[in-house]
Ligand binder design. Structure first.
Ligand code: HXC
Length: 513
């Protein structure tokens, strides 16, 4: 008797596991995509997935829906493990009504979101959906509203990870936009508020899904995606790596592992040229101080003039924020300020110490930036550093000019430790610009203005383009040799393990969003 019931259960499940049917699965595969269930299996530790709500059915009756079977209502939910860590997951099944979100589909997603929030474990959403199910009208919109609300409540409590693995439209991209990290795959991921069909109807314009919102567009131009992969498998490996680095929730300590020394290939004193005008790749500096030289970069392709990402020092996860002299001299602008501010807020919410590596000429001048709101965007960075109460350690490697000096985790925004290399230049602006302004009269009136300009530039350099004036005021704690950096940072991290600061009571601040 039991056996036949079990067989019946297996048969029911098998039917549901076929999703939208063999033809729809074939179409999915032809697009180079895995099915929703295959994706979950590939992402999680082997044999760890437990699925819930398999037998949920849709409850819509209009536009012929009453006669339609939508297995699992087009979404799979469950829990499993990644590198042994518990996670909650949902994956939309595009083979079932285009993964569109109806009332019961949304109920399944909100159920797993509530589990994740209550159990304080990361939530991973695999999105492959045409958005709100058009036939279900306001019920579908209500479903998205419930998801957005939960995304917002869970923000800063549990890590929320979104994976875009198909043509995602409408609400299917707004929920990811509220989450912490968005993963995309080349040629597979498409994100837009309204699809090409709607654009054609409303605006009369023809545009491909790829040009409208392909993986590269969101990684390089729009800044909506944080991780770019060439394949779904590479994407899942990236998610597993991220989960291994970040804490499971906002009251768990930052993760730690056995300490490993950086690789010998990265020699910190040979990476940064003494001449402040010569560029270099700051990621090599990070690799020279991170355990095993392992740096997991976030938003690698967007606003590359700043570099952010995770690594470990003495086994403990830290967030690195570093100016990138190899791109636009590492200048701060609207996009790089947004990128760094958001990353700092993530680290702060999840108790991850912040290590800042500084070498920049300041904020980017010009009409483009002013009209794009560099004041508002740049202020986000000041706000994020000031607001953060996790341990903050700053190393000034070369240039620290003007607003850039203040913004990049300065003592004045409450860095706990500020170290500077002997070649550091801390000044209101570069010596050339400064001399031209404050010695303009002397230069103009000199017999040989060019000679006088050189003399005055040198005078300014001798006075301010060094770390010792700042050190004499206690704005930096130690002037250190480049090859002492890892030791000083590691020690600073150790002594700030129990850092506690009290801030004024308030409901919340009003960052310059
Ligand atoms: C119901 C949908 C659907 C939807 C797709 N399908 N989107 N069904 N509601 N929103 C169905 C299709 O009818 C089709 O069913 C199947 O899914 C596959 O879709 P195709 O169009 O054949 O696939 P493709 O050519 O790859 O195009 C995918 C797409 C396109 C770009 C996503 O389907 C599309 O533009 N859909 C509408 C997108 C959209 O504008 N959504 C916004 C909803 S409003 P059959 O039976 O033929 O296989 C929204 C509000 C949220 O989400 C508010 C946020 C603030």
């Amino acid at each position: 008797m039991t056996k036949s019931k079990v067989t019946e259960l297996e048969q029911k499940k098998e039917k549901i596991f076929l999703g939208g049917g063999l033809k729809a699965i074939e179409k999915q595969k032809a697009m180079g995509k895995l099915t929703a269930r295959e994706r979950i299996i590939a992402l999680l530790d082997e044999g760890s997935f437990h699925e819930y709500d398999i037998f949920v059915e849709h409850d819509s009756h209009d536009f012929g829906m009453q006669n339609k079977e939508l297995p699992g209502d087009g979404v799979i939910i469950g829990t499993g493990r990644i590198c042994g860590n518990p996670v909650a997951v949902f994956a939309q099944d595009f083979t079932v009504a285009g993964g569109s979100l109806g009332h019961m589909h949304a109920r399944k997603i909100t159920k797993i979101m509530d589990y994740a929030q209550n159990m304080r474990i990361p939530l991973i959403g695999i999105n492959d959906s045409g958005g709100a199910r058009i036939q279900e009208g306001v019920n579908a919109l209500a479903g998205y509203g419930e998801i957005f609300f939960r995304n917002t409540l869970a923000s800063g409590v549990i890590p929320q990870i979104s994976v875009i693995l198909g043509p995602c439209a409408g609400g299917a991209v707004y929920s990811p936009a509220l989450t912490d990290f968005v993963f995309v795959v080349d040629k597979v991921s498409k994100m837009f508020i309204t699809g090409p069909e709607v654009i054609k109807t409303v605006l009369g314009e023809e545009i491909s899904q790829e040009d409208l919102g392909g993986a590269r567009v969101h990684s390089e131009v729009a800044g909506n995606a944080h991780f770019f992969a060439e394949s779904e498998d590479e994407c899942f490996a990236q998610i597993r790596k991220l989960i291994s680095l970040i804490p499971a929730n906002n009251s768990a300590p930052a993760t730690s592992e056995k300490q490993q020394e950086p690789k010998k290939d990265y020699k910190i004193d040979q990476i940064v040229p003494l001449d402040p005008t010569i560029p270099y790749d700051v990621r090599n500096v990070i690799r020279s101080i991170a355990d095993d030289s392992d740096f997991f970069e976030v938003m690698e392709l967007f606003a590359a003039n700043i570099v952010v990402g995770f690594g470990r020092i003495d086994g403990q996860t830290v967030g690195f924020v570093a100016n990138q002299p190899a791109v636009m001299a590492g200048v701060l602008d609207c996009d790089s300020s947004d990128k760094a501010a958001r990353f700092i807020r993530y680290c702060d919410a999840f108790n991850i110490p912040i290590v800042t590596l500084e070498d920049l000429p300041g904020y980017l001048p010009g009409i483009d930036q002013e009209h794009s709101g560099v004041i508002r965007h740049g202020a986000k960075l000041l706000y994020a550093y000031s607001e953060a109460t996790v341990p903050k350690i700053t190393v000034i490697m070369r240039k620290a000019y003007g607003g850039g000096y203040i913004a990049m985790g300065s003592r004045h925004l409450r860095a706990d430790f500020v170290f500077a290399w002997p070649q550091a230049e801390i000044a209101v602006m570069g010596p050339d610009g400064a001399a031209n302004i404050i010695f303009r009269k002397e230069i103009m009136e000199a017999e040989n203005p060019e000679e006088m300009r050189k003399v005055k530039i040198q005078e300014y350099k001798d006075k301010f383009a060094n770390p010792y004036v700042a050190a004499s005021k206690g704005y930096i704690d130690s002037v250190i040799a480049p090859d002492e950096t890892r030791r000083f940072v590691a020690h600073a991290l150790k002594v700030s393990k129990n850092k506690t600061v009290l801030r004024p009571q308030k409901k919340h601040g009003i960052p310059p969003f």
